[in-house]
Design a protein around this ligand. Structure first.
Ligand code: SF4
Length: 154
């Protein structure tokens, strides 16, 4: 799935200012696997409005709900990605670290089965779901058909 770069309009400095955090804080969230960031061919990071919302959600979890980075990462690792990712079958579960561990969300893990290893996680329905810590449990009870792998609009 090709990413539509026209919606990535904000530089990291602009986003940091909007959220009243430092640029280094945003880079740290990226390093810690809490978010994926699009880089232009120039190598510069660019953010969409949806990325900003995601960062705001991370900030709220820290400042209002008292979670730390490790807590958010583990909370995200509980997303049952196999329920939402269209290509994941039950045969893939035993070999998948996202199925077996709570270390990190699936998009930040290495050693995934082939069906995920070379995917564009940014455009995956699992990554694009907006998850707050008090919504995770509901995902286990959601009887949903796997969503379509597509580019999401803002
Ligand atoms: S494609 Fe990426 S985000 Fe989607 S389920 Fe696989 S590892 Fe997770």
């Amino acid at each position: 799935m090709k990413t539509d770069h026209s919606k990535f309009i904000y530089s990291i400095g602009v986003v940091a200012k909007r959220l009243q955090v430092s640029v280094e804080t945003i880079r740290m969230y990226e390093r810690e696997g809490l978010l994926l960031i699009n880089k232009m061919s120039s190598g510069h990071r660019r953010f969409s409005e949806k990325d900003v919302e995601r960062l705001q959600c991370i900030r709220d979890m820290i400042t209002e709900k008292g979670l730390n980075i490790e807590g958010i990462r583990r909370m995200m690792s509980m997303i049952p990605c196999w329920k939402f990712y269209p290509n994941c079958s039950i045969e893939d579960h035993p070999d998948c670290p996202a199925y077996a561990t709570l270390k990190a969300p699936c998009w930040a893990l290495e050693g995934k089965p082939e069906i995920c290893e070379n995917q564009d996680c940014y455009n995956c329905p699992v990554y694009q779901m907006h998850i707050e810590c008090d919504q995770i449990k509901s995902l286990y009870h959601t009887n949903t058909e796997p969503m379509t792998f597509q580019s999401y609009e803002n």
